[in-house]
Design a protein around this ligand. Sequence first.
Ligand code: AGP
Length: 599
Amino acid sequence: MCGIVGYIGARQAQSVLIDSLKRLEYRGYDSAGIAVVPPGQKKMQVHKKKGMIKNLEDNLPALNGTLGISHTRWATHGPPSDSNAHPHVDCKGNIAIVHNGIIENYLELKESLINEGHVFTSETDTEVLAHLIEKYYTNDLYKAMKLALEQVQGSYAILALHMHERDRLVSARNESPLVLGLGIDENFIASDVPAVLKYTDKVVYLDNGEIADVTKSSIKITDFNGKTIERPWHKIEWSLEDAEKGGYEHFMLKEIFEQPRAVREAMLGKLSGFTLDNVNGIEFNSAKILGCGTSYHAGLVGKYILESIMGLPTSIETSSEYRYNSTTLDQPLVILISQSGETADTLAAAREARRRGCKTIGITNVVGSTLTREVDDVMFIRVGPEISVCATKSFTGQIISLYLLASHLSRTRGFLKADEIREFSNALRQQSRLVEQVLNNPEPIKECANKLAKAENVFFIGRNINYPSALEGALKLKEISYIHAEGYQAGELKHGPLALLMPQTPIVAIAVKDHTYDKMISNIEEVTARDSPVIAIGHESDTELEKYVDTVLRIPDVPPLFTPVPVAVVLQLLAYYTARNRGCPIDKPRNLAKSVTVE
Ligand code: AGP
């Protein structure tokens, strides 16, 4: 997720573009750049810097010009660097573009453009757009953009300007958001409302498959067939702070509701396979997954996925334990999971794994993070910046990446036949829709949260692939609502924890229809026999479950292997509404940090 801004009007573009970009810093902040068209000069002013927007601002000369674009980056392809920062330009330096999204087929486009003589200066997927527009440019930026985007597969919010057309900005959208801000003799284009709110509260939202041709006094929206689209403008009533949260009360809720898109982006371009250059072809007979906190819980889901799909013996340890445990004789494939890529214990564990001679794969959300330099191969989950301390979309993005990794390893090691791989990929494609279905029905979850908010202790129980869900549900609740919560294997309650159950101790039981369902019902009956209230999470079509519990929260009917993501969303909302009910500072819980870079 990146932030893009365009300005055309009477003001000096530089101050508008930098000021507006700062309002989008929550969308990405590993590098930033700006391009301004100076009146009467032949050369565009392009400046880009690795680091926060302030680093760019502090190194910027005064740029003269009333037309420009700017960008703050969250890297997906190519580490943060000056050259990988946007804007990207064409060979002649006449076209500048900024982009938010992922170009799935960028490698083949890049190869074909290089063969046609185009010279690239970055490792990004985005740069192909600048050269494609150049390829199709015949004195009409709108037409060139349209022709270029017809070659592109993937998600984009793109914004372009041309030195020979100083009275227009052209932008287009597919999947990544774009909003037009309507001023008086000036217009704005941006990824999100906060960027324009200081200048105008009149906005027009672009939809997928639309192109906007913008001058300082007009906007024209068309589809890709050139058909004009009349779109009413909206008056924004939000405050600036609300706007940064997209109108949500907290970043956590915003990031929970971003998950349909985040899950899709985590999969984009990988369902038909991907390369792990340094791990492909090595011999290993087992895997070990390492991580901390929520990332550890994602790893535990990964254990069930790898063992279920390819029978690969998989162990799981917290990073903090692994690094001090004894070295064993085996050399498993070591998979390290970290949203930030900066967790000290996980970095130390990566170095220890390599010292033990193990091949390592990192699964992270941050391109250019330290973890990416400590492992042999990296998978990026690409869910965009996660601002809330509480991990939500990164957890589901990590699980999606583990499905993809299991599919990749199975495919390359012959564990899955072609039809099985197709079936698996089709099931994975449904995950985003399943998340949407859960998000579309929050009321029952809110009602349960009202009850949980009064509890002092809560237990979460689950079996098999949803045992990690129980652990994650407990972590979510305790870290933002400050209620003491524990996650347990359902079969373990009777070996001690049952002594803690009282009528005022709610239990959250994850009881999806799988091969352990009957045992789960027995465990629920053990609990209800102690008069503890039970909130169950179960399949949509399960009509039996409500006979045993007080409330059933539903997930869509989906094979057990694919239940952790929708279950996670239920648990995230349950924790969120409980904490909100208790008036907790949800995005910044006491004592916690987003990335634990100390041991
Ligand atoms: C989860 O909500 C917490 N924010 C915390 O447990 C987190 O998952 C843990 O610190 C690991 O962080 P990482 O994924 O960045 O390594």
